[in-house]
Design a protein around this ligand. Structure first.
Ligand code: GLN
Length: 499
C-alpha cells in the first residue's frame, strides 16, 4: 500500500492534539471492537454447550477443549501482534483477522456439526490478528505522556464488555430458541458489522496502523510480503486444527510457546538502547504479574460457575435470579457501569496531581482481587445447614473483583503502548494477551485443585472446599499486590518517564 489520499487528509499530530476527553477515532475503534467481542463472546459462550450437546463430548473433555481453544486464541495474539509490527501494520492485520473470523463464524453457521473444528480454527487465527492490534491502535491516538490515555483505554474497555454482554447473552438465546446455525450466523453478522465499521472509518486514522515497510519497500514488494503472511496464516490453520482436535498436545504447546516468545523478546530487546530495554523489562514484569491475576480472575468460567450452580441461593436483592446468570453477566455489567467512571476518576485525580502511578494501580488491582476472594471465602459464614449461601455476598465479590480488573486490565493495555518502542507495540500487546493464555491455562489447574475429589460429596463439603480455595487465592493475591507496591520504586526506575 503506498500513500493514499486518505492518509494525507489527517496527520498524526492532528489526531493526537485533540480537544476534550477522548479523540473521536476512539469511538470508531470502540465500536469495531465492541462488535468483534460480540462475536467472540457469543461464540465462546456456545462452545462448551455445543460440544456436550451436539458433538456428544463428555463434560470433562468439553471443558478441556474449551480451555485449550481459549489458550490457543490468546496465544495467536502474540503471532498476530508480531506480524503486524514486522509486515502488515495494524490496519491490514485487523482487516485480515476480521475476515478470518467472519469465515470461521459462517463456516460454523453453515454446518456446525461437521465443520465445527475447522470453523473454530479460523476463528482462533483471526482473533490473533484482530484483537491485539485494535488495542494497540487505541494507544497510537495519544502522544507520549498524554494523561488522557488511561481514560481512553477505560472507555474502550467498556466497549469490549458491552459487546461481551450482548453477544454472550443473545447468541446462546438464539441457539436455544432457534438453531445453532442461526446463533453462529449471528456471531458472523456481529463480526461483519465490526469489520465494516473499521473499514468505513479507517480513513480518519491518518497514518496510524499503516504497514511499517511503507517507506522502505516498493508497493509490489510489500504486496508480496503481505501475501506471504496471508498464505502463511492459512497454512497454520490445519496445524491449529490438529491441536484443537487433540487436546493432549495442549500441555506441550503451552510449555513451548511461552518460553519461546519470551526468548524472542529478549533477543529483540538487544536491538534497542538501554533505556528502551529497561522499559521493556518493566513491561515484562507487568506481564508476568498479569498471568497470576488472570489465573485467579478466570475462576469465573470454572470453579466459580460450579460454586454458583450448586451452593448459592437463587435471589439477589430480593429478585429471583439464576446464580449462573449472575456469574456470567455481573462482571460485564459492572465493567460497563464503572469503567467510564474510573476513566473520569483518573482524569480528575491527574488534574489534582493525586493520580496513583501505574505500578500502584496494578498493585491495587491485586489488593482488590484479594478482597474479592476473601469475600468469596466469606460466603461460607452466610451458609445454611444444607450448604446454600448468599447470592448477594457472591455478587458483591464480583463488584470488588471488577474494581480490581479495572485497575489492572485497561491499565495494562495502556502500559504496553507506553513502555514498548513503536516498532514492538504489536508484539508487546500480543505478549500481554499471551499472559492471558497462561492465566486461563493456570486457572483450570487451580480450579481443578479446588474441586472436591468426590463429586457426590454433600453441598456443605463442596462449600468448604471451594471457599477454602478462595481464601488461599486471597492470600496469594494480597502477597502479589504487596510485592508490587514494595518493588514499585525499582520498577518505576525501569519505566523512566512513563508513569
Ligand atoms: N475481557 C477482556 C477482553 O475480552 C480481557 C481479556 C483478557 O485479557 N483476558 O478483552
Amino acid at each position: 500500500m503506498t500513500t493514499t489520499p486518505e492518509t494525507k487528509t489527517v496527520t498524526l499530530d492532528e489526531i493526537q492534539t485533540f480537544e476534550g476527553k477522548y479523540p473521536k477515532q476512539l469511538w470508531y475503534l470502540f465500536l469495531s471492537e465492541m462488535w468483534e467481542r460480540f462475536a467472540f463472546y457469543g461464540m465462546r459462550g456456545m462452545l462448551t454447550i455445543f460440544m456436550v450437546e451436539r458433538l456428544l463430548l463428555s463434560e470433562k473433555d468439553a471443558n478441556l477443549k474449551y480451555g485449550a481453544i481459549q489458550a490457543f486464541i490468546y496465544t495467536m495474539a502474540f503471532v498476530g501482534g508480531l506480524f503486524a509490527d514486522k509486515i502488515l501494520g495494524f490496519r491490514k492485520s485487523i482487516f485480515w483477522g476480521g475476515l478470518l473470523m467472519i469465515a470461521g463464524s459462517f463456516t460454523l453457521a453453515f454446518s456446525p456439526e461437521h465443520l465445527y473444528y475447522i470453523g473454530i480454527s479460523f476463528t482462533i487465527v483471526g482473533t490473533g490478528f484482530f484483537k491485539p492490534n485494535i488495542s494497540t491502535m487505541v494507544g497510537n491516538l495519544y502522544k507520549a505522556g498524554d494523561p488522557r490515555r488511561d481514560a481512553g483505554f477505560g472507555l474502550f474497555y467498556s466497549g469490549i464488555n458491552i459487546g461481551a454482554l450482548l453477544g454472550g447473552y443473545l447468541c446462546i438465546n438464539v441457539a436455544n430458541h432457534y438453531s445453532w446455525n442461526a446463533a453462529f450466523s449471528l456471531a458472523g453478522i456481529g463480526m461483519t458489522i465490526g469489520l465494516g465499521i473499521f473499514i468505513f472509518t479507517k480513513r480518519t486514522l491518518g497514518p496510524i496502523g499503516l504497514s511499517p515497510m511503507i517507506n522502505k519497500l516498493s508497493a509490489s514488494k510489500i504486496l508480496l510480503y503481505d501475501i506471504m503472511v496471508y498464505a502463511g496464516s492459512l497454512l497454520v490453520i490445519p496445524f491449529i486444527l490438529l491441536l484443537v482436535t487433540n487436546t493432549d498436545y495442549t500441555d506441550y504447546f503451552m510449555y513451548i510457546v511461552g518460553p519461546a516468545a519470551f526468548l524472542y523478546i529478549v533477543y529483540e530487546m538487544f536491538k534497542f538502547n538501554k533505556i528502551e530495554r529497561q522499559k521493556l523489562t518493566a513491561a515484562l514484569v507487568f506481564i508476568i504479574f498479569s498471568i497470576f491475576f488472570w489465573a485467579f480472575f478466570e475462576q469465573a468460567g470454572g470453579s466459580l460457575s460450579l460454586f454458583a450452580r450448586y451452593n448459592l441461593h437463587h435471589s439477589v436483592l430480593g429478585i429471583t435470579m439464576d446464580p449462573n446468570e449472575v456469574n456470567n453477566s455481573a462482571n460485564s455489567l459492572f465493567v460497563i457501569a464503572f469503567s467510564p467512571l474510573f476513566g473520569l476518576l483518573w482524569l480528575w485525580m491527574s488534574k489534582r496531581k493525586i493520580e496513583p502511578n501505574t505500578v500502584i494501580k496494578f498493585g491495587l488491582g491485586f489488593i482488590f482481587l484479594a478482597i474479592a476472594f476473601y469475600v468469596f471465602f466469606y460466603t461460607r459464614f452466610f451458609a445454611d445447614v444444607q450448604g446454600f449461601t448468599s447470592l448477594n455476598v457472591f455478587t458483591l465479590a464480583y463488584l470488588v473483583i471488577t474494581i480490581g480488573e479495572l485497575c489492572l486490565s485497561p491499565i495494562g493495555l495502556s502500559l504496553m503502548t507506553k513502555l514498548a518502542p513503536q516498532k514492538l507495540h504489536g508484539m508487546m500487546m500480543g505478549m500481554w494477551f499471551l499472559a492471558s493464555a497462561y492465566g486461563q491455562y493456570a486457572a483450570g489447574i487451580l480450579g481443578a485443585g479446588m474441586a472436591t475429589v468426590n463429586e457426590k460429596a454433600p453441598l456443605t463439603e463442596k462449600l468448604m472446599s471451594y471457599t477454602e480455595g478462595y481464601k488461599q487465592l486471597a492470600i496469594y493475591a494480597l502477597i502479589a499486590g504487596v510485592v508490587l507496591i514494595v518493588v514499585s520504586p525499582l520498577l518505576r526506575k525501569l519505566m523512566h518517564d512513563v508513569h
